[in-house]
Design a protein around this ligand. Structure first.
Ligand code: ATP
Length: 494
């Protein structure tokens, strides 16, 4: 066996909480959860970063959103400095109190002028220029060849992550996991179980009450202790309280039959799958569902360090519309973390603390029809964690497709088709792995995009997001945080 030593030093000194300017419209209500709001000030609960979204109108800077950040993994800048433009919206994150009050950037003309000045300085007299050109030409050619080779190796992901989506943070945060379990045991006698609301492969979920609150209780039979522990371990990670993740209240063991249970907040509208089966939705509802879902996944994937507490990245690995829940305000939350992998980036390998039994050996986990081509074929590199995030993003795309396929706005005057699972139309409700491999891998097929979408600007935008997320080249897929940024920019354009 191989031994992995993890040395963690955690400083627990209390750090004053970050204060940010707060200006949030109702459509971005999820930011209210990033900290305590008092007038135009927000005291951040889970971050030391302030965020600002701005856009330009008639040469004037307009505020779109100011709040404590909920999604960025780091914010090295002291002041809010613009990143390159992504469509019309400009985002900045920064790490000092109220630094998001306004944003500084140089206008494109200024940048162009600066570039021109730099060029003029660099260029000497014509003779010198000619001699210099001849001398450096071979070196430039060699350099270009190396660049070309490197870019080709990195494939389209380089282009997509750095050019098309300049806000994508693809850096790895080299932090050590100082994870301390945060156990909260619940006495079974205080729970009152009502009806069954879901039955999965390993557990049964009941609606119930606990201390007067509506809760969902996920009951695992004694034989599923491993699944129970795996899921509980994810919920008990530090900083797992987030608007995009179902609120975990605690867990316990039933005294008589040694079965196990997890208690969560009850999601009033049940699973996204059951909701979409019964309802078509407006553009705004579809948009909010897609945004909250992508934000939840982006948060789950993030590696955060806050006040000496570390939340490691988590890959869900079984995303499907049945494992996304809808709360009373129709925002999405993630649930069902039995197969998730907690990634620790401090051990030289990409993981090492937990769930290794889920990762090494054996077939890939997850729901077949949501599995990415590389997972279906088993062609994944188990020494890298990125395949797990890329697999999640592929599944995210299929769920976003399910949502937008029920959006009345995208079908204009025509009837909205009834809800279908991805590939249900083509392969039926119980597609085998072999048929999926043939369809998704060999034929490179994806859920079909209805032709009317091409006629609508919103349709073209969502089609682009989907195709960028379910690309057969896993490296070329967007990251979850890129999907959030794409959606935010789409929102500012509509
Ligand atoms: N907090 C909740 N609020 C309301 N309904 C819930 C909640 N949690 C789960 N459910 C319902 O129970 C179903 C099954 O939940 P979950 O996926 O966690 O169980 P599972 O046994 O792990 O299923 P799987 O076979 O997908 O692993 C969900 O699809 C949903 O309909």
């Amino acid at each position: 066996g191989e031994w992995i030593f993890i040395v963690c030093t955690c400083s627990r000194a209390s750090v004053p909480k970050r204060r940010c300017v707060y200006h949030v419209s109702p459509r971005n209500h999820q930011y209210t959860q990033a900290g305590r709001v008092s007038g135009s000030v927000q005291v951040c609960e889970t971050t030391s970063c302030c965020v600002g979204f701005f856009w330009m109108m008639d040469g004037q800077q307009k505020v779109d959103l100011q709040a404590c950040d909920m999604y960025e993994q780091s914010c090295p800048d002291k002041s809010c400095t613009s990143h390159p433009h992504f469509n019309k919206i400009i985002k900045c994150v920064c790490n000092t109190d109220f630094c998001n009050s306004n944003m500084s950037w140089s206008s494109e003309e200024e940048e162009e002028e600066e570039e021109e000045e730099e060029e003029e300085e660099a260029v000497g007299s014509p003779d010198v220029t000619m001699r210099t050109t001849i001398a450096v030409l071979p070196m430039v050619l060699l350099f270009l060849m190396v660049c070309f080779w490197t870019a080709a190796k990195r494939g389209r992901s380089f282009y997509q992550h750095t050019k098309e989506n300049p806000y994508c943070d693809v850096s790895v945060n080299p932090q050590c996991s100082c994870q301390e379990p945060n156990p909260s045991t619940i006495d079974h006698a205080l729970i009152e179980l009502q009806q069954v609301v879901g039955r999965g492969n390993f557990a049964t979920v009941f609606q119930g009450t606990y201390k007067g609150f509506a809760v969902a209780v996920k009951c695992f039979p004694g034989g599923q202790e491993e699944k129970f522990r795996a899921e509980k371990e994810v919920y008990e990670l530090p900083l797992m309280k987030n608007a995009g993740i179902v609120l975990f209240l605690g867990s316990g063991t039933k005294p008589h039959d040694t079965s196990f249970f997890i208690v969560m907040q009850f999601a009033e509208h049940g699973s996204l799958h059951s909701f979409l089966s019964q309802h078509s939705i407006s553009w705004t509802s579809a948009f909010n569902m897609c945004l909250s879902l992508s934000q939840g996944l982006s948060y789950l994937h993030s590696d955060l360090q806050l006040n000496g507490v570390h939340k490691p990245s988590v890959a869900h690995r079984d995303l499907s519309s049945s494992n996304v829940l809808l709360r009373a305000d129709f925002s999405c939350v993630l649930c069902d973390f039995e197969d998730s992998a907690v990634l620790c980036s401090c051990v030289g390998r990409q993981w090492g603390r937990s769930h290794t039994h889920n990762v090494q050996g054996g077939p890939a986990v997850g729901t077949l029809r949501y599995m990415s081509p590389e997972l279906l074929e088993g062609e994944v590199n188990l020494t890298s964690s990125s395949f797990m995030f890329q697999g999640d993003v592929y599944a995210l795309a299929l769920i976003l497709w399910e949502v937008w396929m029920r959006c009345s706005h995208l079908f204009q005057d025509a009837d909205v088709p009834q809800h279908l699972l991805p590939f249900e139309l083509e392969l039926g409700p119980n597609a085998s792995r072999e048929r999926l491999i043939h369809h998704v891998c060999s034929m490179n097929q994806r859920p079909s995009i209805p032709p009317p979408w091409d006629l609508l600007p919103e349709g073209c935008d969502v089609k682009r997001i989907l195709t960028d997320c379910w690309d057969s080249d896993a490296d070329a897929r967007l990251t979850a945080s890129c999907v959030v940024n794409c959606l935010m920019s789409l929102q500012s354009n509509t």
